[in-house]
Design a protein around this ligand. Structure first.
Ligand SMILES: [Zn+2]
Length: 289
């Protein structure tokens, strides 16, 4: 479940190591490949990618976007050139990317492999549950839900954050991790941000004061920016790793809160775990918590 901090570092590593390089071969696993790889060009996923060069690597929310050369190199691709394409990777809950020499051990079930030469390397899409998606497209708007994403969590201004938040109903944790509100935050970082902000995850957005909204905005920025540094230090070039040892509360149920020493609570609802500290994050009366 890579979220914004992990994907920031994955993007940096892949930008440094793949931009300017040509994809010489694409392979899909027989079972998972057709499920995760979607061709929105009408020319085929493998055919469309093969022989194109990677020109850019960007992140938008929880998507990684690989900008591809408009002219595919090599004879077989000459007739397909002309349109710039994007490979958009949305790893969702269980997907990861791995960059490795071909002999490198698989980080999990591999569904899509892009091969490069000089040096020989593979960019693998690994996904235990085949939940993520890879789209090859000429228009990002063609990707389902892409245009419905809110502003990126690292770029949103405090004013936009506040005014957008007022438009959403429900509990703050659910809103914070909704892509339509802000892009980039999922279940794990929502817990961490709310702990940093000392806000109960089940607080109703409508009950939050302007001060609390400011506090949440600051906590979001502090949490994301500090986490990016920690992820970078722990991940290095191993982009398939998911370093989360530094979390304060997420997946720390029953352990001591690093701020007050109280016990971290764990509540599972709708298949998602929520961790928080009842003494540092009071409130949430709506569920009698
Ligand atoms: Zn605490």
């Amino acid at each position: 479940m890579p979220e914004l901090p992990e994907l920031e570092i994955v993007r940096d590593v892949l930008r440094r190591r793949l931009v300017g390089r040509r994809i010489v071969e694409v392979s899909l696993s027989p079972k998972g490949g057709p499920i995760v790889a979607r061709d929105l060009t009408g020319h085929g996923f493998r055919e469309g990618l093969t022989n194109r060069s990677i020109e850019s690597v960007q992140r938008r929310g929880k998507f990684l976007l690989f900008g591809l050369s408009s002219e595919a190199g090599g004879q077989s691709a000459a007739s397909r050139g002309g349109r710039p394409l994007t490979l958009a990777v949305n790893p969702k809950l269980t997907g990861r990317l791995q960059l490795t020499p071909p002999e490198g051990k698989k980080a999990g079930p591999v569904h899509v492999t892009l091969r490069f030469e000089a040096p020989p390397e593979e960019l693998r899409y690994v996904d235990q549950k085949r939940m993520g998606q890879l789209y090859l497209t000429a228009a990002l708007a063609a990707i389902p839900t892409f245009d419905a994403m809110g502003p990126d969590a690292l770029e949103v201004s405090p004013e936009t954050f506040g005014s957008r938040l007022r438009r959403f109903r429900g509990e703050i944790k659910g809103v914070l991790s909704r892509e339509q509100f802000l892009a980039g935050i999922g279940n794990a970082y929502a817990d961490e941000i709310l702990w940093q902000a000392r806000l109960h995850p089940y607080r109703k957005v409508s009950s939050m004061s302007a001060q609390e909204i400011d506090r949440l905005y600051t906590a979001m920025n502090v949490t994301l920016r500090e986490s990016i540094k920690k992820v970078e230090a722990a991940m290095g070039e191993d982009i398939h790793l998911k370093p989360r040892d530094f979390f304060a509360v997420h997946m720390r149920g029953g352990q001591a809160c690093p701020r007050c020493g109280g016990r971290v609570s764990a509540i599972t609802a709708q298949g998602r775990i929520t961790n928080f500290c009842r003494s540092c994050q009071p409130g949430g009366l709506i569920r009698g918590l």
